[in-house]
Design a protein around this ligand. Structure first.
Ligand code: NAP
Length: 267
């Protein structure tokens, strides 16, 4: 089975390559803009190109059974159309919650007629890096809505699910909503990162206007939109579901484990 991983040096794409190798997949082709810089593992076939430039895709799509589609919305329709024309047997795409910003990826995949599996993660644990500068500078994290709660997922778990779904049968036409194993408030997440660092971190809740200003430093124009999403999660927390554990037959990564493993992001 020939597998094409697009965006192969991306935050998730690179981990998908590793997971495929870890479960013993031998025929992995990785698509990357600059093969010389990509430093992909030995044994992976590296092809030059980018889903954002569909004219580069033809050599990469040749003979592919399953394609992992990186989330690049502007060219998703064209990339999927080309995959269908090249005879790709299935597309496993990284999207997001149904109806959100990433819905455009699922629409593009479904429009091309190739059998598909949608991966629908919510917030990534790695989004905590928006607090990294503040944590390096002191023991207070200033941000909005301390009691906003959701069940963030580790990128490693998304990649592990992608790899499992790519190599095994029975996933056609399915959408997998993916969360971490527990619902946590923003205050609890900051405290968890503190424990991983051996420090006592305090979450200082800012008024909405101040929070937008603070978040704009790390999120630019998306600050207001992000904060509005967090506000809704105060009264309607996202519940954790078991899809990751069900598919991987092991528990999903906890926030505590993630924070310990990635403590260097905050040092
Ligand atoms: N629910 C959610 O919150 C959600 C859902 C889906 C996605 N996401 C976002 O998607 C990211 C994970 O997806 P990913 O690993 O595919 O993305 P990524 O980390 O943004 O990487 C995309 C890859 O595409 C390639 N690329 C080349 N030129 C590019 C360009 N001009 N613009 C963008 N990418 C370019 C690069 O790989 P090469 O250099 O190897 O070509 C790059 O590493 C997350 O970090 C998250 O921000 C979030």
């Amino acid at each position: 089975m020939k597998i094409l991983v697009t965006g192969a040096t991306g935050n998730v794409g690179r981990l998908v390559v590793d997971e495929l190798l870890a479960i013993g997949t031998s025929d992995v082709r990785a698509l990357t803009v600059d093969p010389a810089k990509a430093a992909l593992p030995v044994g992976v076939e590296v092809v030059q190109g980018f889903v954002g430039r569909p004219s580069t895709l033809a050599p990469a799509l040749k003979g592919v059974d399953v394609m992992y589609l990186a989330p690049h919305i502007p060219t998703a329709h064209e990339a999927c159309r080309l995959a269908a024309a090249a005879g790709v047997g299935r597309i496993v795409d990284l999207a997001g919650a149904k109806g959100d910003h990433w819905q455009a990826i699922e629409d593009a995949v479904e429009a091309c007629g190739v059998p598909y599996t949608h991966l629908e993660p919510g917030e990534f644990m790695d989004n905590a890096t928006i607090w990294a500068d503040q944590i390096r500078a002191g023991d207070e994290v200033r941000d909005g809505h301390a009691d906003s709660a959701n069940a963030p997922i580790a990128q490693e778990d998304i990649a592990a699910v992608a790899a499992r779904v790519i190599v095994s049968r029975g996933h056609e036409g399915k959408s997998y909503e993916l969360t971490g194993p527990e619902t946590l408030t923003r205050r609890e997440r900051v405290e968890t990162i503190g424990r991983a660092l051996g420090r006592e971190l305090r979450y200082i809740e800012l008024a909405p206007d101040e929070a937008v200003q603070q978040l704009s430093l790390v999120m630019g124009e998306y600050a207001q939109w992000y904060l509005e999403g967090q506000a809704m999660l105060v009264d309607h927390p996202q519940q954790a579901i078991t899809t990751v554990a069900d598919l991987l037959e092991r528990p999903a990564t906890t926030y505590e484990e993630w924070a310990r493993h990635h403590a260097n992001l905050f040092r």
